[in-house]
Ligand binder design. Sequence first.
Ligand SMILES: *Cc1c(COP(=O)(O)O)cnc(C)c1O
Length: 373
Amino acid sequence: MSDPSDVHLTPLARSLPQTIPFVSADVAERRRGQPYAARLGANESGFGPSPAAVEAIAVAASGVWMYGDETGGPLREAIAARHGVSADQVRLGEGVDGLLGLAARLTLAPGAIAVMPEGGYPTFAYHAAGFGARIDRVPYRADQPDLAAMAAAAQRAKAAVVYLANPDNPMGGVYDAAAIRRFLEALPHETLLILDEAYAECAGDAPLLEMACDAPNLLRLRSFSKAYGLAGLRIGYAVGPAALVSSLDRVRNHFGVGRLSQAGALAAFEDSGYLEQTLMRIDACKARLGGVARAHGLTALPSATNFVAIDLGRDGAFTRRVLGALDAQDVFVRMPSVAPLDRCLRVSCGPDAEIALFEQAFGPALAEADAAA
Ligand SMILES: *Cc1c(COP(=O)(O)O)cnc(C)c1O
């Protein structure tokens, strides 16, 4: 028998699992009754935001009684100018995760097909299911989303949407502009590509698709949560064809991106010196994590993000034991959800002191997981 309160829910809502896809570090800390000493699991930026952003938020704080600018104001203008697109082609949202929900709502009728990588970043699937879409999951190939197989799946199903995170989470790889252009050409013209570029700033020399790309079936999403270090503000933005992007106005929570978020994100966006510094710290950290992996005879996958997937060379059960042993040593990291990706441990970049704790705990955790095998 279903719960009596279910009578208020739509049949679709009743059919959805009652789960939250991620357990945050904060909730995990409360459950274990002990804080983490190294918070390296959620790809937050432990390097912190620009001091200019902190200052802008502090200055804006006493004005928090006022609603924000529902158009995105100067931040939206600055984003458009930086990317060489018109302000019509930009909308702010409550992080990439919030924008993914709006994009799903705009594009997925009940029964529509959404194609995505199996084991990839899960939030789009969560939203797609919430609008009654059917999800076609395509396995990775050589630790990258399999673009050819995803395009074939989209062709077969005449998919409404294909979702791709590029750079990728959880494996950290990236496709360059030419590969993404070929992928767009291989999709049916009625299929929208939602390109989640939460890690775009970290992609380094990998030449991402140019922002001025005017493909009619491409929606790009970017975040202030990762390289900019503002995950707690909940702010990101969409860029794409004006007609599509402005359609977000039909469904979005118009005052959902508050004044403090807009003020902090604008200051961070304009502090390019601090971003550069963070990216250098991320690169140094990735090199160090690569060294830690090698010291144990393991390899770190190439990363165009702010984290590193360390290939433990075993199975998901082994990785889970390593994760548990690290957790017991107050080190928070995560792992991919499906085989064969789950042979990897995903470690976010962070300050040296926290990476040192991971480095110390990693060897004993590997030994403990081995002994339990
Ligand atoms: C972290 C992450 C997000 C979440 O971004 P927010 O802007 O904080 O909502 C979205 N997509 C991917 C691939 C991520 O890794």
